[in-house]
Design a protein around this ligand. Structure first.
Ligand code: GLU
Length: 597
């Protein structure tokens, strides 16, 4: 995820683009760059925040330009990898948001044809393709280039050969056009230009647009022109950054169908090798997972996945403990959303000292953890602004699923058919999460039941145990209600003493091999008169005999069902906190990344 913007009009393009990028900075801020046409193409880039870029570039006077603020997915954070990228002769420039899955084969093909590359990004292939295809019309070249791309992209291209236009195209990454008077805009998101116009036209997947100061043309990939109505935006800039959602947390919950797609992009396939993670397989016969907080719950879930799918024994340790008491395991996999968690970096250093092979699962390329680990598995959820982890948690779960399948495939525990079935099911995950999100109103009703309680319990067995722990953590951190998660069989060993009519219990009851056991536990809880809210698989009628309320999720097999369940628990925490008027995006006493020990 990142922010891109293009401008063509009568004002100073440099200033408009810098201002727009600042409004898009919430989408990523590893590095930034702009390209302006003033006679020739002028490119300026810098690492870090937009301000660094602004300070380092001259006042240049072009009226056409593009800009980018990067959230790196391929290639480290560096000036060379910052966008815009240019072709061999510096006549064309592009900015790109997304991931080009087939960039390696395209790059090899282009290099064979004599193109030279100056970055490690996947994006740079796009501009060389445009150079290759150019025969006098930028839009034609873009159209031909994108036909060769596999993956997600929002692209804006300019060329000094046609200095009066910008060309945009999209597939599975956002891009919206701002309509002005004698000027037009295009950007990843509306706040980038909202100060200048609230008239917009949406661009859809598989469409391409040509934007000049006096006109906008939208076409499909066959060149057929498309009439697109204009919409009026009534939001203020701050609301617009949240895409109209009241909080970043809710926006990020809703981004999950997309982030899930990004996590899997290029890593699963219906043909061999099915799962492609680009890490070598040596030393994977014993694994320790280390993490803190929400990432630790992902690690606990990871243990169930790896042991079941790959038959590899797994230890799990809190990073803060591993540092001082951890054992040597041939592979140590650390999970940290920010890649900066001090405890986890400490654990990684310790593991390296023991001579273990180290892998980090993180959302931030170039973060400290990625520099210490031997291998990096990026979760690719895009920047998360709400302090409570949501889309990064489901991205961690999914990355661990891919890792488990990869291990099971490599060590022969899984048969080809099993892997193929998993791949088919994984492909359905984004739409299944969409379905769960459509049940938001039902979940809101449940929030009304728990929002005035002092204590809420969450129970589950197997992989649903860590998901219950995460559900409880989510609720306590944003609603300030005391919440605890338990392995369902453990309630009777003590916590039962706290049960009463005033203690709702959220029971995760998936149709797996411990379903009957969870039912038994629900019966025990009902006998103590506590209200039970079950989260269960669609079609499970029996559960209504036990639970007072049921929220259903579409049928999925182990371990995939953990993802829609996690999404339901996020919405439940969100609406409970909202009913209690809590500062959802910035809970008291908490910070997004914990860089102290
Ligand atoms: N994949 C591109 C890169 O790593 C674009 C990432 C983005 O969307 O910011 O540069």
């Amino acid at each position: 995820m990142c922010g891109i913007i293009g401008y063509v009009g009568f004002r100073n393009a440099r200033n408009i683009i810098i201002e727009g990028l600042k409004r898009l900075e919430y989408r990523g801020y590893d590095s930034a760059g702009i390209g302006i046409i003033e006679g020739n193409l002028h490119i300026y880039k810098n690492v870090g925040e937009i301000e660094n870029l602004e300070k380092s570039i001259p006042q240049i006077d072009g009226r056409v330009g593009i800009g980018h603020t990067r959230w790196a997915t391929h290639g480290k954070v560096s000036i060379e990898n910052a966008h815009p990228h240019t072709d061999c002769n510096k006549k064309f420039a592009i900015v790109h948001n997304g991931i080009i899955e087939n960039f390696k084969s395209l790059k090899e093909m282009l290099e064979r044809k004599g193109h030279t590359f100056s970055s490690e990004t996947d994006s740079e292939v796009i501009v060389h393709l445009i150079e290759e295809k150019y025969k006098g019309s930028l839009e034609e070249a873009v159209k031909k280039a994108i036909k060769e791309l596999k993956g997600s992209y929002a692209i804006i291209a300019i060329s000094q050969l046609e200095p009066d236009k910008i060309v945009g195209a999209r597939n599975e990454s956002p891009l919206v056009i701002g309509v002005g008077e004698k000027e037009n805009f295009i950007a990843s998101d509306i706040p980038a230009f909202l100060k200048y116009t609230n008239r917009i036209k949406y661009l859809n997947d598989g469409e391409i647009c040509v934007i000049k100061n006096d006109g906008i043309k939208i076409m499909d990939l066959n060149g057929k022109e498309i009439e697109r109505e204009e919409n009026l935006i009534k939001w203020q800039a701050e609301q617009a950054e949240k895409a109209g959602y009241p909080h970043f947390m809710l926006k990020e919950i809703y981004e999950q169908p997309h982030s899930i797609m990004e996590t899997m992009r290029g890593r699963i396939s219906e043909i061999e090798p099915w799962i492609n993670l680009e890490i070598d397989f040596d030393g994977m016969d014993e694994v320790a997972l280390v993490a803190c907080g929400t990432s630790y719950y992902a690690a606990m879930a990871g243990k169930y996945m790896i042991e079941e799918l790959a038959g590899v024994p797994v230890d799990i340790e809190l990073s803060s403990e591993y540092r001082y008491f951890g054992k040597k395991r041939r592979t140590v996999l650390a999970i940290t959303q920010s890649g900066e968690t001090a405890d986890t970096i400490g654990a990684l250093k310790e593991a390296k000292m023991y001579g273990c092979k180290t892998i980090v699962v993180t959302n931030v390329i170039g973060s400290s953890a990625t520099r210490f680990a031997d291998h990096v598995l990026l979760t690719r959820a895009g920047p998360e602004i709400g302090v409570a982890a949501t889309k990064t948690f489901t991205a961690q779960l999914l990355t661990l699923m891919l890792f488990s399948l990869y291990l099971g495939m490599k060590n022969g525990k899984l048969h080809a058919n099993e892997i193929k079935n998993y791949v088919a099911e994984l492909k359905r995950l984004p739409s299944i999460v969409e379905e769960v999100l459509e049940r938001e109103n039902e979940i809101k009703e449940i929030a009304k039941i728990i929002h005035d309680k002092n204590t809420v319990f969450f129970i589950g067995r197997g992989i649903n145990y860590p998901i219950a722990l995460e559900g409880a953590l989510k609720l306590k951190e944003i609603s300030y209600i005391h919440a605890e998660g338990f392995a369902a069989g453990e309630l009777k060993h003590g916590p039962f003493a706290l049960l009463s009519e005033e203690t709702p219990v959220i029971a995760l009851a998936s149709k797996d091999r411990v379903y009957e056991k969870v039912m038994g536990n629900i019966g025990e809880i009902k006998a103590r008169n506590s209200p039970v809210i079950a989260i269960a698989e669609e079609g499970d009628e029996d559960i209504t005999n036990f639970a007072d309320h049921v929220i259903y999720y579409p049928k999925l097999s182990f371990p995939l069902f953990s993802i829609p369940i996690a999404v339901i628990l996020q919405l439940l925490a969100y609406h409970t906190a909202s009913l209690r008027n809590c500062p959802i995006d910035k809970p008291r006493n908490l910070a997004k990344s914990v860089t102290v020990e």
